[in-house]
Design a protein around this ligand. Structure first.
Ligand SMILES: [Zn+2]
Ligand SMILES: [Zn+2]
Length: 335
């Protein structure tokens, strides 16, 4: 299928967690976790529209200052989503600097905190010296933290040694492909009407909705349903799941499989070898074999593993191999 999301790990699998996802045709990107970001260019960083933080361990949040420094001059707001407590943490983080002489900085930081059934949202503006504005609740019933007409990001809470580590599912909304040759054959002219047409289809508008279609012989009106059949087809959107810092428990496993169901790509931590399961339990991380097994159970098309413990640095491919073997052979992990 055609890709709308182009995910890549910012660092090598032994480095800090950060997944950069470029969104096709939108000139924007999303960032999952915010470890060391120095290998991203300012141009890449400035494309980031929203950041999703699994939890506030330092290797997942240390890059925040890199972003903040660059974003002070940016007109568009930056949204940061994270687990319970993230608003307070970001408030403290921002309070760690002096913010006089900031009148010219346009940045607005929107922080959205996952919660059930309601999440909380707070706004921090550079021009207010990043004082927190009054927060508001939002409906977080299905775990949706961020939504645009093109995609949405849903969070699922995993246990990570007594704290919440959020796993994220990035899902493209229904994909609508336009057949250019069908447009031409009918004399329809491409233009902004196609964007509105797609938006109506995604919204589930009635098949009878009249659509104004600019055509070679002048404007025509056609019902939405007829156009959908004659010039377009729909297909399931692309899905990427991001899972990290999860205790190797059955409960976490079930949630991971549900989140990653039929994903085109599952990006998942493989921190320890399964031979070191005892250590994985103590440190509250997944093993490579579990990572592969969950990917297989979820029927993900591909997996990409990361967040390796430095103890395997002398055999750098061991965890990748273990995860892929388990993913392709579906070996049930043994206790
Ligand atoms: Zn971590
Ligand atoms: Zn952690």
């Amino acid at each position: 299928m055609r890709s709308v999301f182009f995910p890549r790990l910012v660092n090598d699998p032994f480095g800090d967690p950060a997944l950069y996802v470029r969104v096709a045709h939108r000139g924007e990107a999303l960032l999952f976790d915010c470890g060391d970001l120095h290998s991203l260019t300012p141009r890449e960083l400035l494309k980031i529209r929203a950041v999703f933080i699994s939890h506030a361990h330092i290797d997942h949040l240390v890059g925040f200052d890199t972003l903040l420094r660059l974003f002070l001059y940016r007109q568009n707001p930056l949204t940061l989503c994270g687990p319970p407590g993230i608003i307070e943490r970001i408030a403290h983080r921002l309070a760690g600097y002096t913010w006089n002489l900031v009148e010219g900085y346009p940045l607005a930081l929107i922080v959205r905190e996952w919660g059930v059934p309601h999440g909380r949202q707070a706004l921090f503006r550079a021009t207010d010296a990043f004082e927190q504005s009054a927060g508001a609740d939002f409906d977080c019933g299905e775990g949706v933290l961020f939504e645009t007409p093109d995609y949405r990001v849903r969070a699922v809470p995993l246990d990570h040694g007594g704290i919440v580590s959020l796993a994220f599912g990035l899902e493209e909304t229904l994909h609508i492909a336009i057949h250019r040759d069908a447009l031409e054959a009918r004399g329809y002219l491409p233009g902004p009407w196609l964007t509105s047409f797609k938006a109506l289809v995604r919204r589930g508008a009635s098949a009878h909705t009249p659509i104004a279609v600019p055509a070679v012989g002048g404007e025509e009106a056609h019902p939405l349903g007829e156009l959908l059949e004659s010039i377009a087809h729909t297909e399931r959107g692309m899905k990427v799941a991001y899972v990290t810092d999860a205790s190797p428990s059955l409960a976490n496993g079930r949630k991971i499989v549900e989140l990653a169901r039929d994903a085109h790509l599952l990006v998942i931590e493989a921190t320890f070898a399964h031979a070191d399961l005892d250590r994985a339990r103590i440190r509250n991380h997944l093993t490579a074999r579990l990572a592969g097994f969950f990917g297989r159970r979820a029927r993900a098309a591909r997996i990409l593993v990361f967040h390796h413990s430095p103890r395997y640095q002398h055999e750098p491919l061991r965890l990748v191999r273990e995860a892929l073997d388990s993913f392709t052979e579906g070996q049930e992990p043994t206790e």
